[in-house]
Write a protein that binds this ligand. Structure first.
Ligand code: ADP
Length: 157
C-alpha cells in the first residue's frame, strides 16, 4: 500500500519526521509530498524543502519525496496511493483535519485518511513556532533536523 503524507513542511520539523518514520513502518511506501500552495508565503522554496526532507529521511526505507499542486486526491490517484497520512497534535487540529478527510472522501471514494497521533514530546511543535524562535535568534537544534537548523540560521542571519 502506498501512503502520501502531504503538507507545507516549511520547514520539516522533528514532529513531521516522527510521523514519516512511523508511516514508513506501516506502509510499503510513503511519499512525502510538498504542497505548492500559492496562497501561502513560504520562507523556503519547494525545491529547498524537498532537499531538506530528502536529506533527513535518506536512512528510511520506502520513503520518497515529491511535490504537487492542486487537489491532494488527484495527486493520490496519479500516484496510485490509497492512503493519506495526517498527524494529529492537539484537539484543535481535529476539527480541520476531520473536515478535510470527509471532503477528500467525497471527492474520491478510493482514499482513506489515516491519522497518526504525535508523540507527546512533539505535540507543541509546528513549523511556525520553529520559524518564530529562529527569527529571534533562539536555538532550534532540538526541534528540527540538523540540516534544517543550519538553513534556518542562514535564512535569518
Ligand atoms: P499543512 O499546511 O498541510 O498543515 P504542515 O506542514 O503544517 O502542513 O503539516 C503537515 C501535517 O503534519 C499535518 O497533518 C500536521 O497536522 C502534521 N504535523 C505538523 N506538525 C506536527 C508535529 N509536531 N507532530 C506531528 N504531526 C505534525
Amino acid at each position: 500500500m502506498i501512503a502520501i503524507y502531504p503538507g507545507s513542511f516549511d520547514p520539516i520539523t522533528n514532529g513531521h519526521l516522527d510521523i514519516i518514520k512511523r508511516s514508513s513502518q506501516l506502509f510499503e511506501r510513503t511519499i512525502v509530498a510538498v504542497l505548492c500552495n500559492q496562497n501561502k508565503q513560504p520562507i523556503f522554496s519547494v525545491e529547498k524543502r524537498m532537499e531538506q526532507i530528502a536529506f533527513c529521511t535518506k536512512h528510511l526505507s520506502g520513503v520518497e519525496v515529491d511535490s504537487f499542486s492542486g487537489l491532494t486526491v488527484e495527486y493520490a490517484k496519479f500516484r496510485n496511493a490509497g492512503v493519506l497520512i495526517r498527524g494529529l497534535r492537539v484537539l484543535s487540529d481535529f476539527e480541520k483535519e476531520l473536515q478535510m478527510a470527509h471532503t477528500n472522501k467525497t471527492l474520491w471514494d478510493g482514499i482513506e485518511t489515516v491519522f497518526l497521533a504525535t508523540s507527546t514530546e512533539y505535540s507543541f511543535l509546528s513549523s511556525s513556532v520553529v520559524k518564530e524562535i529562529a527569527q529571534f535568534g533562539g536555538a532550534v537544534e532540538h526541534l528540527v533536523p540538523k540540516n534544517v537548523a543550519a538553513d534556518l540560521y542562514d535564512y535569518y542571519s
